[in-house]
Design a protein around this ligand. Structure first.
Ligand code: 3HC
Length: 329
């Protein structure tokens, strides 16, 4: 608003323009400015489980979307997953074949970070490691114009620390989506102490345009969801370690007693035990509270490579993915 008042004042100072014409002129300039600033092209870095989901919802919401992965094979794998998801919603009658083709027409894969240079927003969904994210954003910062807004889908790293590698910490937010992205309705929109208020509001509105319900969160490790979810998941493992109940009984208790769509141990397998272990360690490092400390069983399962559904084994054995069988430790 201040910007527009300043522009208005400058115009008032100029001779030869009727005072009555200024509000109209300011309005015109404002419309022009907003039109130019509106988000049209979205870049997504990472086409794994989260990145492909984010790219899908962005293209579905009408944005021209470009998604980058490290190799053509990984790009292909991600796009194939999106095709499968879109085919499923065509089958259900949620969208038509024509709409599916339009969505796919808006979505492109690439292996070159440089191809993201003309994006209005770039959302990063790569490996959950600070050095990798900082390296990526330093590169993007050099490639993208100053107007591009950067967002990280990190679930546990500090947004401020990632943003600090760029020259635009005021145009940097967290956009934390949930797995499976096309289904889960939430996006946490995270602001740091450096995020510009207008940029933040624009990102909250963008989250809604993606069809999600945006919630506002500060840059506190784990934001809202993982701050509450991670201690709950870790406690379920502790309950198992202490023999409070079996794997199935712990899961059924929370499903049938509390109406959760998945029990905590099934959810751990779904999210990935390695991912949860990693998040828990970051949160413990930050808060030094026992509730974020990884239980020994989780560490041992990760060391054994029993990372959950994607590994074929976690708290359940997925040899038959349709009928997971509880493990017998
Ligand atoms: N991609 C797209 N759509 C999917 C999907 C996927 N991977 N998996 C399921 N769906 C769709 C189905 O097509 C179906 O759609 P419909 O309602 O229009 O028919 C709907 O989701 C329900 O699927 P199913 O009937 O096959 O199975 P369920 O009813 O068991 O639902 C679930 C599956 C949506 C995954 C449900 O079990 C659930 O909500 N689980 C909890 C998930 C959760 O808590 N996620 C958050 C994890 S935490 C996180 O991501 C944060 C991170 O930082 C750790």
């Amino acid at each position: 608003m201040l910007k527009w008042r300043t522009a208005e004042l400058c115009l008032y100072k100029r001779r030869g323009i009727e005072r009555d014409a200024f509000p109209k002129l300011v309005e015109l300039l404002k419309t022009f400015h907003e039109g130019r600033m509106a988000i049209q092209k979205v870049g997504v870095v990472g086409c794994g489980l989260m990145g492909s989901g984010i790219a899908q919802v962005a293209a579905h919401a009408g944005f021209t979307t470009i998604v980058r992965e490290v190799s053509p094979e990984v790009v292909d794998k991600g796009l194939k997953g999106i095709d499968k998801n879109l085919a499923r919603i065509v089958e259900k009658g949620t969208i038509t074949e024509g709409q599916k083709a339009e969505i796919r027409g808006r979505l492109k894969g690439t292996t070159a970070v440089e191809d993201l240079k003309d994006c209005d927003v770039v959302i990063e969904a790569i490996i959950e490691q600070l050095p990798a994210k900082r390296e990526l954003f330093a590169k993007l910062d050099a490639i993208c114009p100053a107007s591009t807004i950067f967002a990280s889908n990190t679930s546990s790293l500090t947004i401020t620390e990632i943003a600090a590698v760029t020259k635009r910490p005021e145009r940097f937010v967290g956009l934390h989506f949930f797995n499976p992205v096309p289904v889960m309705k939430l996006v946490e929109v995270v602001r740091t102490i450096a995020t510009d208020s207008d940029v933040y509001e624009e990102m909250v509105a963008f989250g809604a345009k993606l069809g999600k319900t945006p919630v506002r969160a500060h840059d506190s490790t784990g934001f809202i969801v993982n701050r509450l979810l991670v201690p709950y998941l870790l406690d379920a493992i502790r309950a198992l370690e202490e023999g409070v109940g079996s794997i199935e009984d712990i899961d059924n208790s929370m499903k049938l007693g509390c109406g959760h769509p998945m029990g905590p141990l099934t959810l751990l397998d779904f999210v990935g035990l390695d991912t949860t272990y990693y998040i828990a360690n970051i949160m413990f490092d930050e808060f030094r509270e026992r509730r974020f400390a990884s239980p020994p069983l989780l560490k041992r399962m990760v060391l054994a490579g029993w990372n959950g559904r994607k590994a074929g084994r976690g708290f359940y054995d997925y040899s038959d993915p349709q009928k997971p069988k509880a493990m017998n430790f």
